[in-house]
Design a binder for this molecule. Structure first.
Ligand code: NAP
Length: 543
């Protein structure tokens, strides 16, 4: 847990934050005192020492003291000799911190500094297990440094260095794999972390690869490096205390993906059933090349034990292409509609088998069938000969069009881009027709079921607040209206449909069902009944 302390007035609140973080599960506290020390050195060195000693003395857990220099994104701009003299005094103090952190770049700069840093951690009077140890560290805020291996080698051969720490800004998920490789090959205790939105995996999975520790922030403290989760998030959301070498890894690939609720649901399921697995957001940029390279690298890096992924916008069609190229298998719906949202990766010592499934459309069909009169009957029997207006012709609409037609429904597709609607209609055969208008369906249309499979009305989208139907659209009483959007729960379409007397199904019905189906694909077990629903409701209240 890293806590910045910028001046003496912040000491008390910082100690309070540390106590709260320790209650949340933090086992080590890093006092980032660069700004505080920068204000006081060189003239008020005794005051600086007293401040740091108070933090160390009252620290609720063993601690690291770091006076990060401005050259590595810290706030200390003063003279390195003054900084090291202070570190020496801190190391000689009583009580002393568990670790002092010093940058390799500064350490390498002069023999005199090296000598002083070595002295700062060489106090024989301390029992061995209480001795202050040195972390040599290196941080790059642009990208992975070209000489990373050389830096690590220098840390490993330095006898005074107890822990080698490297951190760099990840440019893609693949940077994490490199951090894991470094940890697996470590020559001494090591921390290897990736910063930024691509780096969460390296922070969460550090214990899987033998990383000595990871860095988090307090609920009420600012991050000291980009992408740090809070201690509570690490524990509750990312299952940090359960992660070990055998933990299987799952995730959701998309762009963007940080808003996804899938991690909360799947991790709740793993936790409840005691499955040794964790599910993470996996941001992968839009292109096919990024998708192919990233997913391929994660599957091929055997120590990651990637066992499955959910795939969302804009990669569902990429998943089908990927599985085909790698000789895997597809469920019949993905095979025909060309889009899949679930990948199962089965591996033994010799082979890796890939199987992709579409759980979106069966989930939507089940949700609609549940809402139709006689909803306990087989979904396909309920949908036979029903008139369905399907708004949209993207990935979800495509899968739905195939699944609805399979169930015997008569589908009419409406879409902003007419050519996409026409192409989809022709690929599902005679039962579909293209609506004369694009969105919205013509007035007076009578449909048993209306489905919005566009992003019209989604929170945060340009089209937030909009409905795919005109304001005066008349809903017939037994009409069922389904949303695929689940934020917000009550979209403009559903509000009007409800007020117009229709039966409404919000997008969470489909979302929960598709997530439960994914859990079954991966674990061959049912998640506890109602768990995904209550987990989602806690995050996205329905009103
Ligand atoms: P997609 O492939 O990008 O398709 C987007 C669709 O929305 C296209 O038909 C597009 O029309 C239409 N659209 C976008 N902006 C529009 C606008 N301003 N006016 C009119 N039409 C517009 O997306 P997708 O993967 O199919 O996802 C569709 C929806 O399903 C999204 O809202 C997504 O959140 C939701 N979804 C829900 C779940 C769930 O479990 N509940 C799961 C997956 C997806 P054009 O063809 O003209 O571009």
């Amino acid at each position: 847990m890293a806590i910045p302390v910028d001046d003496a007035e912040e000491i008390e609140p910082a100690l309070e934050s540390a106590r709260a973080a320790v209650r949340d599960g933090a086992r080590l506290v890093e006092w980032r005192v660069d700004a505080l020390v920068d204000r006081l050195l060189p003239d008020r060195a005794a005051e600086a020492l007293a401040c740091v000693q108070r933090l160390v003395g009252e620290s609720p857990a063993p601690c690291i003291v770091t006076i990060r220099s401005a050259s590595e994104n810290g706030a200390f701009r003063g003279d390195d000799t003054d900084r090291v003299s202070l570190l020496e005094a801190i190391g000689a103090g009583e009580p002393a911190p568990r670790y002092l952190d010093f940058e390799l770049a500064a350490f390498d700069r002069s023999a005199n500094l090296r000598q002083k840093v070595r002295l700062a951690v060489a106090h024989d009077r301390q029992p061995r297990d209480l001795k202050t140890s040195l972390i040599l560290s290196s941080h790059d805020f642009g990208s992975r440094p070209a000489d990373l291996q050389k830096r690590l080698a220098a840390m490993v051969v330095e006898p005074a260095c107890a822990v080698a720490k490297v951190a760099w800004r990840a440019r893609s998920l693949r940077d994490n794999l490199e951090a894991f490789e470094l940890l697996l090959e470590r020559g001494k205790p090591m921390v290897a972390l990736c910063m930024g939105e691509f780096g969460l995996m390296s922070r969460v999975l550090a214990p899987k690869f033998g990383g000595l520790f990871t860095f988090a922030r307090g609920t009420d403290t600012r991050e000291t490096a980009a992408g740090q989760p809070t201690v509570r998030e690490l524990r509750d959301q990312w299952q940090f205390d359960r992660i070990g070498p055998a933990t299987a890894v799952y995730g959701v690939i998309g762009w963007p993906v940080s808003h996804s609720r899938s991690p909360a649901l799947q991790n709740a399921g793993f936790d409840a059933l005691g499955v040794d697995a964790v599910y993470l957001p996996m941001p992968v940029e839009e292109s096919w090349e990024s998708f192919k390279a990233t997913l391929g690298a994660m599957i091929d890096f055997a120590p990651l034990t990637l066992r499955g992924v959910s795939v969302t916008l804009p990669h569902k069609e990429h998943l089908v292409r990927f599985v085909r190229e790698r000789g895997g298998t597809l469920c019949s719906l993905s095979e025909r509609c060309g889009s899949a949202n679930t990948l199962l990766i089965s591996k033994d010592e010799r082979a890796c088998a890939l199987h992709a499934v579409n759980t979106d459309a069966p989930a939507a069909i089940a949700a609609i069938a549940h809402a139709l009169p006689g909803g306990s009957r087989e979904p396909h029997a309920l949908l036979a000969d029903k008139h369905v207006a399907l708004v949209g012709a993207g990935g979800v609409a495509r899968a739905l069009a195939f699944a609805l037609t399979d169930a015997g429904a008569e589908v009419t597709i409406f879409n902003r881009t007419r050519e996409r609607a026409t192409a989809l209609a022709s690929s599902i055969g005679a039962r579909a027709q293209v609506g004369r208008a694009s969105v919205p369906p013509p007035r007076g249309s009578r449909f048993d079921v209306i489905i919005n499979a566009t992003s019209l009305g989604m929170r945060g989208a340009e089209t937030e607040g909009r409905s795919p139907l005109p304001d005066d659209f008349e809903f017939v009483n037994d009409c069922v209206v389904m949303e695929t959007i689940y934020t917000p729960r009550l979209t403009p379409l559903l509000r009007r449909a409800r007020d117009g007397g229709a039966t409404v199904i919000d997008g969470s019905e489909m979302f929960v069902r598709q997530a439960e189906a994914q859990f079954r694909v991966w674990t061959e077990r049912d998640p506890p009944s109602g768990l995904f629903r209550t987990t989602l409701d806690a995050l996205e209240p329905s009103s």
